[in-house]
Structure formats: C-alpha cells, structure tokens
Write a protein that binds this ligand. Sequence first.
Ligand SMILES: *[C@@H]1O[C@H](CO)[C@@H](O)[C@H](O)[C@H]1NC(C)=O
Ligand SMILES: *[C@@H]1O[C@H](CO)[C@@H](O)[C@H](O)[C@H]1NC(C)=O
Ligand SMILES: *[C@@H]1O[C@H](CO)[C@@H](O)[C@H](O)[C@H]1NC(C)=O
Length: 456
Amino acid sequence: MSPSAGGLVVFLLSVQVIQSQDGWRVNYRRTDVCAAKGSRVKISCDYTYPPGIDPSDIKDRFWFTKEKDGEPVNLRTDAEYSGRVKHTCYSDSKSCYLTITDVRESDSAEYKFTFMTNQPGEKYTGSPGVTLSVTGFQVQVRRLNSTWLELMCHSSCVLPDHPEYDWYKNEKYIKTGSSLLVSSGSADRYSCYLRGSCGQRSPAVYGPQRPSVSVSPSAEMLEGDSLTLTCSADANPAANYTWYKQDGTSDPRLLSEEPQLVFSSIQSSDSGNYFCTAENQLGRKTSDFISIDVKYGPQRPSVSVSPSAEMLEGDSVNLTCSTDANPAASYTWYKEHEDSPRASGQIFTITDFTAEHSGNYYCEAQNEMGRSYSTLLLITSSGKWSTTTTTTVFASISAVFLLIIIILAVLCLYIRSHWTTRKTRRKRRKEVKEEQEEEKKKMAPSTCIHFDGGSE
Ligand SMILES: *[C@@H]1O[C@H](CO)[C@@H](O)[C@H](O)[C@H]1NC(C)=O
Ligand SMILES: *[C@@H]1O[C@H](CO)[C@@H](O)[C@H](O)[C@H]1NC(C)=O
Ligand SMILES: *[C@@H]1O[C@H](CO)[C@@H](O)[C@H](O)[C@H]1NC(C)=O
C-alpha cells in the first residue's frame, strides 16, 4: 500500500452533536477533527427543517468560519481556501460535506454549517461547529544507550490506536514501523510519515556535521586585540556548542558553552589550539583545531653571565640575552658608547678576557612588533660583574640627553626662527624629531653634536 492510498485522515471522532431548535437542526458527525498538515480533510453534517418548509424553499446552504457584519461568509468565497475546498450537498438525504485539500496550519478553526430559506430571517446555523486542528509530525529522539537511539513519530493530535509510520533515511523509504532504531553520531537525515495519512512527512532530524569555525576579524592578531571565534554546524534539532582549549597533551579545557568564544583583549597566554563541538540528541562532532597565535613585541630582556664566577684574564665568557616575544626576537649586543654592535645573536662570547673588556654592556631584542633594551651589565677591569638592578640609571641617562636635545633644539629653532621661513622651520622640526628618535635608539652620549651645525 502506498502512503497516499488512504487518501483521507480524520484522527479523532467524538460523539456526534446535534444542534436543534423548533424543528431546525444541524447534526455534525464529528466535532473535533485532527488532520496532518498537507492532508485532505472531510467534514460533514445532516440538517433538518420544520415540516412546513418545502425543499425548494431552501435558498442557500454553506460552510463558514468567519462572519462579516454579523453575516456568515461562504468559505468558497474566501481567498485563503481558493482552489482547496469542495462543497457537496445531497438534498434528498439533507446532508452536506466540506472537503479541504492540502490543509494548512492556518486552516485550524471552527467550521459551521448554515442554511436559509427564501423567507427573510428564516435561517439556521449549527453552533458550536466542527473544530479542525491541523498538525505536523515531529521525530522525537530517545537515547537507549551510548550507541543506539530510538526515533518516534509524534504529533499533537490524538491518533488511532497503534499508528504505523513509514520511515525515511535521506529521503528514501527504509521501513514501516512504530519506531526506528538508529546508531548515534551519524549525519543521516530521518523523517517519518503517518501511514495512510496523505499528509506531509515530518521535518528531517539529523546529527551535526563537523562544525566549521570562523575567526573574526582575522587569524592575525596582536596582544590587546579583540577576537571572536564562532562555531557552527547544521543540525536538526539545532546543536548546542562547546568551546575547548587544548594545551599540550593534557585534557582539553572547557571554556564556553556558547557558539561564540569572545576575547575582548587577547593576551599572549591565549595563544594555543582551540576547538569546538556541536551536539544534539543525535550525536556530537568536533571541529578541526584552530591555532591562535598572539603576536607581541619583546619584553625587557634579561642578561646573564656564564660561567657566573669572577672573570679571570684569558677566560672565555658567555653573555646571554633572553626575553619573551612572538615571533621570537633577534638579539644584538652593544657596549655602551659604541655605535656598532659587538655581536648579533643571543650569546655574546668574550674569548680571552682582558681588562680592556671592562665596561657597560647591554643587549637589544627585536622582532616585527618592536624592540626592547636590557639593563646594563657592568664588567669591571678586575673581572667582577653586576647588572643594574633597576632601569633608572639607563632611563635617567637617556632622559638627561633628551632634555639637552630638546633645549638645544628649542634654542636653535628660536634663533633660526628670526631668519627662516615657516616652511623651512617646519621641515627642520621634522628632522629634529627624526634625529631625536635616532639618538634615542643609539643612546650615545654625544647626541647633541649634530645640532650645532644647523646651517644650510
Ligand atoms: C544498546 O541498545 C540496543 C537496543 O536495546 C541493544 O541491542 C544493544 O545491545 C545495546 N548496546 C549496548 C552497548 O548496550
Ligand atoms: C547539548 O545537547 C546534548 C544533547 O541534546 C545534551 O545532552 C547536553 O546537555 C547539551 N549541553 C548543553 C550545555 O546544553
Ligand atoms: C658559550 O656558548 C657556546 C654556544 O652555546 C657554548 O658552546 C659554550 O660552551 C659556552 N661557554 C661557556 C663558557 O658557557
């Protein structure tokens, strides 16, 4: 038997109800009708009028749901039902039928039958009428154990005893039965259909696909940036989402049970591998890893000496500069008051130590995000060494130079302002600024020399 062979569906039959008054009567055979969405529904009634009225006096008879100005509106004139209703009456048996095809949820209403004679005011309406409830079917999921799920077909209507359902997998009929056992975690789509209802198939249920992750605004990020990761997977019922971070080989850490993972100000410690899961009653799927790489400039490097004991003449000594940066920093070693670097690379090796090596050393760490300088490493001629515990020496030295530069620059500009145009002054100011920057970087003591010969 094909699913449409039954043709008609009326699920609930209640006791028939007779509405009557002085020989006028309407008898609805069923007063509550439940129909599957998309199916065809037929409601019917018998009617009676007093013996004195001739059948030819019956002027009109029809079904209605709405009234206009207190008058019932014939359903056949209602645009919402256009092409979907059929009205059949048999005068000898005094019975009428209303057939609605392709029923919609909006067809749920109270349907009443009315008839009238050609005498003004001689009419009768059977009230209350027939209540039609249009319902869809839903697949409900019950988990039996870790591998098996039981699918059941459900509607809000009261159904005949032992209803039978046709089950579909990915739109293809697979079997008929009251329920269906499926294994959990598959992304197959299952839907059901009430056998013989000529209604609509239920919407398909299916487990989530592997979730996709979007990174907004982009996967390139700097410390302090805001970042949103969004997990999404198609599933019905809709999936819920969970975000995890995987640090090394330890168990993933649960971060959020929302589809979005939001960092309002991302930190270097947020770097790492993330993934999300999408889960509904039918299963659970895990996304690929999303690697978050937060870039940041070098921190102030620390310096160390190896071996750490006092240096003796002829010793070989390693000065090591280290800092944290992403991407990794490159290093340059300087001796104070020298313009050119002593070494590039993290380790500066002094081979064959002599008193001439004494002095202040510092290193520079640099990556694409910026640069940073270590504190000073002081090596005495006797081979003792120490690092300045604070940056104040360094800072105050540069502050003094900066002050001198500014005073000289202001002085210079003041003098020049008497004989240069605005344009050259502006140009000069720009140069001074650039030179200041340059000098700040070098941190050499003789920085103000350049400002003596400001002539053009
Ligand atoms: C899960 O339930 C099904 C159906 O009841 C049963 O056949 C199966 O053996 C069970 N499997 C496990 C692992 O318990
Ligand atoms: C997500 O959905 C699954 C399956 O429906 C449920 O067991 C779990 O409790 C849900 N988790 C959250 C956080 O809602
Ligand atoms: C200095 O560093 C180099 C390169 O890492 C290493 O081979 C050498 O043993 C180190 N010397 C000392 C004295 O630590």
